[in-house]
Design a protein around this ligand. Structure first.
Ligand SMILES: C[S@@+](CC[C@H](N)C(=O)[O-])C[C@H]1O[C@@H](n2cnc3c(N)ncnc32)[C@H](O)[C@@H]1O
Length: 228
């Protein structure tokens, strides 16, 4: 069971890690996202090793550190926003399930009026905080599970959030409700198998370099989609 922790605990843990960067694959390094080099992120060369080392050092369980890797869906969506800043300029943006904050940071760099980065993992919100600092942008963070409510934004972004059937079953209705209320919605998805029959419209497609261990090819085709 995960021990309860405050966002301040997670932030202090990550700030300590960053102050004394590890040289090995179980440490964090500030690097440019491969497909979005405008954005630098604190990432682990091997997130599983980082996770194991941190759990051993802290003596408690931690959530899986999704924030310590770049995801193909998030990279495609961030690239799309930076190449088309008119999609975000002057808008209030919500980045759902933000992980490292890559998409939220790209939205801020592209000229969004205000950006909220949302994730239920306190370590993701800590990572967003240190990554926003590293890129010189200001973001609001939210740790609430928003999926049973309504989006309070002009534009909702969702990068690589459909990796699990249960999450997709909650995420897709949330995105559809937002779109039905006139909120713009963009999803970055490398076809993780939970979109069949959902009727989303493809607006762009990118060949994204990936370091994910389960993928054979070094490049993964990623769609940017919106509710049709
Ligand atoms: C595969 S990562 C994608 C991160 C980021 N969007 C990107 O593309 O780089 C998925 C993220 O979803 C978050 N997550 C899972 N369930 C969530 C929920 N109900 N609300 C908000 N975030 C959630 C996880 O904590 C994780 O950070």
């Amino acid at each position: 069971m995960l021990a309860p922790m405050t966002d301040q605990t997670a932030l202090a843990d990550l700030e300590r890690e960053i102050a004394v960067p590890g040289g090995g694959p179980d440490g964090l390094r500030l690097i440019a996202a491969p497909f979005v080099p405008e954005v630098r992120l604190h990432l682990a060369e091997d997130a599983i090793l980082w996770w194991a080392r941190m759990e051993a050092a802290l003596g408690r369980s931690l959530p899986p550190p999704y924030w310590a890797s770049v995801w193909a869906g998030g990279q495609a969506l961030a690239r799309h926003l930076l190449d088309r800043p008119e999609l975000v300029a002057g808008r209030r943006v919500l980045d759902l399930a933000t992980g490292s904050g890559l998409v939220a940071i790209a939205a801020a760099l592209a000229g969004a009026d205000a950006v909220t980065a949302n994730d239920i993992d306190p370590y993701a919100l800590a990572a967003v905080t240190v990554n926003a600092r590293a890129n010189g942008v200001t973001l609001a963070v939210s740790g609430d599970d928003l999926l049973d409510g309504e989006a309070d934004a002009d534009l909702v972004l969702a990068g690589d959030v459909l990796y699990d059937a249960g999450l997709a079953a909650r995420m897709l209705p949330f995105l559809r409700r937002a779109a039905a209320r006139g909120v713009a919605v963009l999803v970055g998805d490398p076809d993780r198998g939970h979109l069949a029959g959902e009727g989303l419209e493809t607006v762009a497609s990118y060949p994204v370099p990936t370091t994910e261990p389960s993928v054979d090819s070094p490049v993964r085709r990623v769609q940017v989609l919106r509710p049709g």
